[in-house]
Write a protein that binds this ligand. Structure first.
Ligand SMILES: O=C(O)CCC(=O)C(=O)O
Ligand SMILES: [Fe+2]
Length: 370
């Protein structure tokens, strides 16, 4: 692609500015105190300190990086090298495992965020196959479809590398949810039951060099729709986070072997807006390809997502009506697949009428991807 296909071109106001703002950056949190002492004593001073850091980062940024997280470096490197070998294959070969309008799992290079095409190709797989979600727009509440991972023949090591990685990342996701529960003054295991029959999935992202990085984005601005995202990125960099204080796009400088964590829409709803799912996007560049691997932590399809009863009261009534995660997920999966004329489904649509009025001005413009 020498000339940029017009489907990739962002509106003027969303194009990345040539200057990158690194600023102070998102907080970095050392998890060693929590990783080594399991189950952790929430009253131990080092755990209280860690929980305070998680609370501040989730509240002020919606994003943080973790180091000393317990995931072996080899596990992550195996996934990155198998991912590179997969994306190096010809498009014909990759399309042998392509996703389509029905099965959301597999390879594709046509994702749209906010109706503009992303400069990327991806491979999605679920962590607990089969993935069970309602049939899209069947109009029938009872119809569910089961999707299986589509593993490619080449490279042969991709499947095992990914399955081993999932085991490590699941452990990390449980630890992070414990810390987030404690940070909301809830018992450590409060969120764990939501991970029974989880619809968590992993995405291998590949951003190839782009001839016009000032016009396109690897992923357009969006919020993550699930509970939590645990992202591994290589050393090229490209992720930018919208700083809550002033709306500036802040470049997330790659830290070797760290994971970038962000609170998704579901935690925003569970916490009744104490924490906010923050917009982010990915810039591309004209010389280097980039790889990243987000692990999207999602609950079971039958989960009704609503503010947790312990976090609401008369003074702080629930800001959202409950919504069914499976239907939300299926709708979003379908609408990201191709350009649609309608607005994507968002948690905004489930805000209580009064809250919705207040938020009208601020959040109408936000978009969410899964
Ligand atoms: O590649 C990245 O750094 C982030 C990707 C992302 O935000 C997403 O896939 O939701
Ligand atoms: Fe994202």
């Amino acid at each position: 692609m020498g000339e940029l296909d017009p489907t990739f071109i962002q509106e003027l106001e969303h194009r990345p500015k040539p200057a990158v703002t690194e600023a102070q950056g998102i907080p970095q949190i050392d998890l060693s105190a929590f990783v080594t002492s399991s189950p952790a004593n929430p009253n131990a001073p080092e755990i209280r300190d860690l929980v305070d850091q998680i609370r501040e980062a989730s509240r002020d940024w919606g994003f943080f990086q973790v180091i000393n997280h317990g995931v072996p470096i080899e596990s992550r490197e195996r996934v990155f090298s198998a991912s590179k070998r997969f994306f190096d294959l010809s498009v014909e070969e990759k399309r042998k495992v392509k996703r389509d309008e029905v099965n959301p799992l597999g390879y594709y290079d046509t994702e749209h965020t906010k109706n503009v095409r992303d400069w990327k190709e991806v491979f999605d797989f679920t962590v607990d196959p089969p993935l069970v979600i309602p049939a899209y727009e069947s109009g029938d509440e009872e119809t569910f479809l089961e999707y299986h991972n589509q593993w490619p023949q080449h490279p042969p090591e991709l499947r095992e590398a990914c399955e081993e990685y999932v085991k490590d990342l699941k452990k990390l996701s449980y630890k992070l949810l414990e810390l987030i529960s404690l940070s909301l003054n809830l018992p450590a295991n409060r969120l764990e039951p939501f991970l029974k029959d989880q619809t968590t999935f992993v995405r291998l992202n590949h951003y190839s060099p782009c001839p016009a990085p000032d016009l396109a984005l690897g992923v357009g601005r969006h919020k993550d729709a699930g509970a939590l995202t645990i992202l591994a990125q290589d050393d090229v960099g490209g992720l930018e986070v919208k700083r809550k204080t002033d709306g500036a796009w802040i470049f997330v400088k790659p830290t070797p072997n760290a994971f970038i964590i962000n609170v998704g829409d579901i935690i925003q709803v569970w916490s009744n807006d104490a924490y906010e799912s923050v917009e982010h996007r990915v810039r591309v560049n004209s010389t280097k390809e980039r790889f990243s691997v987000p692990f999207f932590v999602n609950p079971a399809h039958y989960t009704v997502v609503e503010p947790l009863a312990e976090l609401t009261n008369e003074q702080n009534p629930p800001k959202y009506k409950g919504y069914n995660w499976g239907k939300f997920f299926a709708t979003r999966k379908y609408s990201n697949f191709k350009k649609l004329e309608v607005e994507n489904i968002q948690i905004y649509h489930f805000k209580q009428p009064d809250e919705r009025k207040i938020d009208d001005v601020v959040s109408r413009v936000a978009n969410v991807v899964i």
